[in-house]
Design a protein around this ligand. Structure first.
Ligand code: NDP
Ligand code: PYC
Length: 337
């Protein structure tokens, strides 16, 4: 059985930062990458943790992302804050726009961060939690590259298009959900391929449009949207709002530009932020009212989304992140390469 090593979060973050600095990223850009990737590993979101590093490095080497890009922030008195990621990775661009998004939201009650021209590989909960930490509610979404068939279709057209929502709570953790609008994230299918395990039924079609549980066949075919026509419509909305509306690639255009799904996609992202107190307009405290609903959900024995993550986070903060021998060897190799 593979030995498990518990690596302190700060040490893992330094290692991942060093890997990206060696790959040509700025210190700020590499630190933002490391924070996002280590947060994924810390919260037991393996599909967006350290496993992503190799794909990020491959995309740099292929010249499809600008390692040394410096994001450019544009603000005015409107509700729209814009960051041009200049062809670089998403985490640094998000970090660049976050203070202005918070300032505009507090000033106006709601505001939006538009990120253009970024290569995106990460989970979105990390971003909405940056806003709930500031007492704001948030909705984040982005296209991906065409890997998902619309409900009733058989060929990839939509992306796995994630959407995350965050709501601030008085305690240590917010209410957050974050999911791909496909049945599962592509990262999960890739992890099944690596582990040689079949997919659960109902996640994908092979290249001929037949249902498959073989991860290789699924990666060569089409993934399915969650919830049939409903997930398909939400994924389409994300293409419209976080693609066409912000003047950036939709998932089909992103795949055409990249030419492969072996690298990470370039497109835009839209993050909407809301100040709940401003919306309530002096009526009953919205955060207190929300607690009644959330308590009632838990009171029925249901769990809130993100609780699994938050529990993993507590464990990782206390004991470090549990990594296998193979994962430690991978990090060592990436540091040397
Ligand atoms: P999951 O289906 O694993 O989880 C979706 C959400 O549902 C999570 O918030 C999860 O909380 C919650 N949840 C799961 N089970 C339950 C339950 N029984 N009761 C209540 N809540 C539950 O997510 P996906 O596989 O769809 O997506 C994984 C990640 O991939 C996301 O973070 C997403 O942002 C990312 N992604 C990124 C893309 C990109 O282009 N950048 C593309 C696609 C996905 P918990 O985590 O606590 O289990
Ligand atoms: O897991 O579907 C996914 C994904 C695509 C791009 C980044 N993550």
């Amino acid at each position: 059985m593979s030995q498990i090593t518990h690596v302190p979060l700060a040490r893992l973050e330094q290692t991942v930062t060093d890997i990206f600095v060696r790959a040509g990223m700025t210190a700020e850009g590499a630190a933002a990458m490391a924070e996002t990737i280590v947060a994924g590993e810390r919260d037991a979101c393996k599909s967006h943790g350290i496993y992503r590093i190799e794909g990020c490095l491959r995309t740099i080497r292929a010249g499809k992302v600008r390692a040394g890009a410096v994001p450019v922030l544009t603000t005015d008195s409107s509700a729209i804050v814009r960051v041009d990621a200049a062809g670089g990775y998403g985490p640094g661009a998000f970090r660049c726009g976050l203070p202005a998004l918070i300032e505009r939201t507090r000033a106006l009650g709601l505001a939006a961060l538009v990120i253009n021209d970024c290569t995106h590989f990460s989970a979105l909960w990390h971003e909405v939690e940056a806003l709930t930490d500031a007492g704001l509610a948030a909705l984040a979404m982005c296209p991906s590259y065409a890997t998902v068939a619309p409900a009733g279709g058989i060929r990839p057209l939509l992306g796995t298009n994630p959407m995350a929502f965050g709501w601030p709570r008085p305690g240590p953790t917010p209410y957050v959900f974050d999911f791909a609008t496909s049945v599962t994230a592509r990262g999960e299918i890739e992890l099944h391929r690596r582990a040689g395990t079949p997919l659960p039924e109902g996640q994908a079609l092979d290249a001929e449009g037949h249902p498959t549980t073989d991860p290789e066949a699924a990666l060569a075919g089409a993934m399915l949207p969650f919830g049939g026509h409903k997930g398909s419509a939400i994924a389409t909305m994300i293409e419209l709002l976080a693609g066409a509306m912000i003047g950036d690639f939709n998932s089909s255009e992103a795949l055409d530009w990249l030419g492969t799904t072996a690298l990470l996609p370039r497109h835009g992202e839209l993050i909407l932020a809301f100040d709940p107190a401003r919306f309530a307009g002096g009526r009953a405290d919205p955060l207190a009212r929300a607690e009644g609903l959330l308590d009632a959900i838990v009171g029925q024995g249901a769990r809130l989304p993100s609780q699994r993550r938050f529990e993993a986070r507590v464990r990782a903060r206390a004991d470090g992140v549990a990594l296998t021998e193979a994962e430690i060897a991978l990090l060592d190799r990436l540091l040397r390469d």
